[in-house]
Design a protein around this ligand. Structure first.
Ligand SMILES: [Zn+2]
Ligand SMILES: [Zn+2]
Length: 461
């Protein structure tokens, strides 16, 4: 701007009155609900989360609702709560049917999802486990086991370990078929079945992360809630169940308290949900947490943010759900629904956004730990000849008949090497080097951050 066009500035009083006049600036408190609710540093948008655009801060927790309903439908997959930590760790709490599509849309590689905590064995909480088990193995879970955590049942036949055994039996054909591919430890599962009665028991304690559990009253023995604590931050996911003193006791004081809920709209919702009212009422009163009880428990737990999920997310219900919760709980509240809701948590702030989950996403490459400086691709255990009689293979049409003249792709009809393939990272094609090492590089950066903090502490003392 040229000197001649610059206009005289408004008076300090006018600037003060216009820009700062109606802004609290700490002079008064705005709103009823928003103490400690503000965007955390590092967000690219205060309204939306776009997959693969933001790193989690080193001292930040991010929670993404990947499935939010017991009744599966296109906008709401069965329940799954994903927790990511600034140290690069991530945790899957429940893995309901269809939720894997949202993990993919969220930009997460299946082989990153290697710790699954199942609250109970209703299929709307673990229906996607067979898919994750098989396709996660196929797409890079070659060097670490899938780890599954879940409660015992009153008898061994109803425990998590028995479910996994049954799942493996169900997947016999699939596993043998997928042994045509590199697999390594892909089919190994570490089952961590804990005693459902051991309230407050620690079932995971690694890298400064602790997961504890408590039992829920969900009609049948073997239903649990989980609480995760890390670096002064915490979240709890109750799973399903009737409101109980144990919830207040074991989730007490948590930063983000996530409970399931069902609004008291049994007869009106039957018209929308297709659940006969008598069945709805009986299901809730034996298994679930009514809206009033969700608010009652939030008021006992006193979280920095109370959330509900495992609920119908419908305009006609939402106001009612809020009204019921507000009867007892006056603090910060947000729906953990529909699918894709994202929560960022730091010591000072919590912020909830809409996650933009594309229908046709760019899926993330498998993620590998390159600390050893190498990528190892295991030798497949099977060849086609091992698992298929020759007849049907011999009926395959000669590719020369359908590929156009002059187009001669090199086909990989047999696995091209006869031992594990070992490649130094610097010899990987640059695109693979970059895409497959993203998570590992984040972890290295976190360790560096911690080292710097520690060095800073020593310097100041
Ligand atoms: Zn459920
Ligand atoms: Zn259930």
């Amino acid at each position: 701007m040229t000197e001649g066009k610059k206009r005289p500035q408004s008076s300090p009083e006018d600037i003060q009155n216009a820009l700062y006049g109606g802004v609290p600036m700490g002079r008064w408190k705005e709103g009823l609900l928003f103490d400690g609710i503000a965007p955390t540093p590092g967000l690219k948008s205060a309204a939306n989360w776009f997959p693969r655009t933001e790193k989690i801060g080193p001292d930040e927790m991010r929670i993404i609702f990947m499935g939010t309903s017991p009744m599966i439908r296109p906008g709401q997959m069965n329940t799954s709560v994903f927790v990511q930590l600034g140290n690069g760790d991530s945790f899957v709490f429940d893995l309901g049917e269809g939720s894997v599509a949202n993990y993919i849309a969220g930009g997460f590689a299946l082989n990153e999802l290697d710790k699954v905590f199942i609250t109970h064995l209703h299929v709307d909480h673990f229906g996607a486990l067979p898919y994750l088990y098989m396709f996660g193995g196929w797409s890079g879970r070659w060097h670490n086991k899938l780890r599954v955590f879940g409660p015992s049942g009153r008898t061994p036949e109803y425990g998590t370990a028995k479910m996994v055994e049954g799942m493996q039996m169900m997947l016999g054909w699939h596993m043998d078929a997928f042994d045509l591919f590199p697999n390594g430890e892909g089919w190994d599962i570490e089952v961590n079945e804990f005693d459902f009665r051991d309230n407050g028991g620690v079932i995971y304690d690694e890298n400064g992360v602790q997961v504890t559990h408590w039992q829920r009253s969900h009609a049948k023995d073997g239903a649990s809630g989980y609480r995760l604590d890390w670096n002064g931050l915490s979240m709890a996911w109750t799973g399903d169940g009737r409101p109980s003193q144990l919830d207040a006791e074991y989730a007490g004081g948590v930063d983000v308290y996530i409970t399931e809920t069902q609004a008291e709209l049994i007869s009106i919702s039957s018209g929308v949900m297709g659940v006969p009212p008598f069945l709805g009422r009986y299901t809730i009163d034996t298994h679930h947490t009514p809206g009033y009880a969700a608010g009652y428990l939030m008021n006992q737990v006193k979280p920095r943010l109370g959330m509900t999920t495992h609920m119908a997310f419908d305009a006609y219900q939402n106001e009612e759900t809020v009204a019921e919760i507000r009867h007892h709980w006056k603090g910060p509240f947000h729906f953990g629904a529909p699918d894709g809701v994202v929560v960022n948590v730091t010591k000072d702030d919590i912020w909830v956004r809409e996650g933009i989950l594309p229908d046709y996403p760019n899926s993330r490459s498998p993620q590998f730990d390159f600390s050893d400086g190498q990528l190892v691709v295991p030798l497949p255990r099977n060849t086609r000849a091992d698992i298929q009689e020759p007849f049907v293979r011999e009926q395959e049409i000669d590719p020369a008949e359908y590929y156009p003249e002059g187009y001669h792709p090199i086909l990989l009809e047999e696995w091209p090497v006869d031992s594990d393939l070992v490649v130094d990272v610097e010899n990987l094609p640059p695109a693979l080097q970059k895409s497959m090492g993203e998570n590992w590089r984040d972890r290295v950066a976190y360790r560096k951050h911690i080292d710097e903090l520690t060095a800073g502490d020593e310097g100041s003392e």
